[in-house]
Design a protein around this ligand. Structure first.
Ligand SMILES: Nc1ncnc2c1ncn2[C@@H]1O[C@H](COP(=O)(O)OP(=O)(O)OP(=O)(O)O)[C@@H](O)[C@H]1O
Length: 333
């Protein structure tokens, strides 16, 4: 388990003082995939770097697997850090070394015997589909392969926690998907706790059990990913989720229609609930926008509809009774 309590980090520069993290409280349970999202400058990088104390907080405590990182002596901290792997947006590989040497690096640093290092490196390369690339240098690899080398290196010392600092931000969509599948698999197979920071909401939707939204160094909202993404409470979350989404033009809405956002979750996503209710209460509806997708594997559907020509109130009541979340989005037009 990872626990941040009252974590504050300030930076002083010629321009004055900047509070990058402002009394952040956060708990990540063991085995979770936890996402932190926020706009540029929100404090994401600073936050993830406080977990392994690459960034030391000015106030507050950081506890990882029962050890208070902020209270450790330098040698203890070095040892504790080896149980926390980290991967980066630009991979941070040693370009002069081969793939195998990159993966061996943390093991050598730990003073493991050469034969054990060789064995472990061979296992890791195989596990990550890199066996044929061991003698190559990073420059000879694709972005996805480089990130897999980064992951192999991060896993070398068998960490319980993996920190991912914008790990897919430099990758194309297909490679992003491949790396996210890998993280998902490592979380399940190794019971690895994963904390990732990203500005890509899709990354969180795909792999995170829980998410925290950071704004100006504060956590403004957090919870299970499906709850936060389907029913965002804070304006910052809503704004981030709205980016890239197709909206609808008010001019397209049928006159007299009552607008409602319907959220279907789980099995009901694929049930014809809307048409059943419309038939039963004699209401018509137009779909103005919609999305069917999955959050961490759970299907959901979200539609904005305009009810027309019937008893919209009754339709809303029946949908609600059938477990569909109905949100008013602007009354009638
Ligand atoms: N070493 C530093 N010195 C001075 N200011 C810093 C330093 N590191 C971060 N900051 C400031 O702290 C704030 C938070 O930065 P941080 O990099 O954590 O945000 P972020 O959400 O990761 O942004 P991005 O997505 O752009 O990386 C920013 O205002 C940034 O300018």
């Amino acid at each position: 388990m990872i626990r941040l309590e009252g974590v504050t980090r300030r930076f002083r520069s010629a321009a004055g003082e900047r509070v990058a993290l402002d009394a952040v409280d956060l708990t990540v349970e063991a085995g979770q995939v936890f996402g932190v999202v926020g706009r540029s400058g929100a404090g994401k990088s600073t936050l993830i770097r406080t977990i392994n104390l690459l960034e030391r907080p000015d106030a507050g405590t950081v506890t990882v697997d029962g050890r208070e990182m902020t209270a450790l002596a330098p040698a203890e901290l070095r040892a504790a850090r080896r149980r926390i792997g980290m991967i980066f947006q630009h991979f941070n590989l040693l370009n002069a070394k081969t793939v195998a040497e990159n993966v061996a690096f943390p093991l050598r640093l730990e003073g493991r015997p050469a034969a054990e290092v060789d064995r472990r490196v061979a296992d890791l390369l195989e596990q990550l589909g890199l066996s044929e690339h061991g003698k190559k240098h990073p420059a000879q690899l694709s972005g996805g392969q480089k990130q897999r080398v980064g992951i192999a290196r991060a896993l070398a010392c068998e960490p319980g926690v993996l920190l991912c600092d914008e790990a897919t931000s430099a990758l194309d969509p297909e490679t992003t998907d491949e790396i996210l599948s890998l993280l998902d698999q490592l979380n399940r197979d190794l019971k690895l706790t994963i904390v990732l920071i990203t500005h890509q909401m899709e990354v969180v939707r795909r792999v995170c059990d829980r998410v925290a939204v950071l704004k100006d160094g504060r956590v403004v909202e957090q919870g299970a990913t499906a709850d936060v993404f389907l029913h965002p409470r804070h304006a910052a979350t809503r704004a981030m989720l709205a980016e890239g989404e197709e909206g609808f033009e008010t001019a397209d809405v049928p006159p007299g229609g009552r607008l409602a956002k319907l959220t279907f979750r789980g099995g009901s996503t694929y049930e014809p609930e809307l048409s059943r209710v419309a038939r039963s209460v004699g209401v018509d509806y137009s779909i103005l926008s919609g999305r069917i997708s999955r959050i961490r594997g759970e299907p959901y559907g979200q539609l904005v509809v305009a009810f027309t020509g019937g008893d919209a109130e009754a339709a809303v009541a029946q949908l609600t009774a059938r477990g569909v979340a109905v949100e008013d989005v602007g009354g009638t037009v």
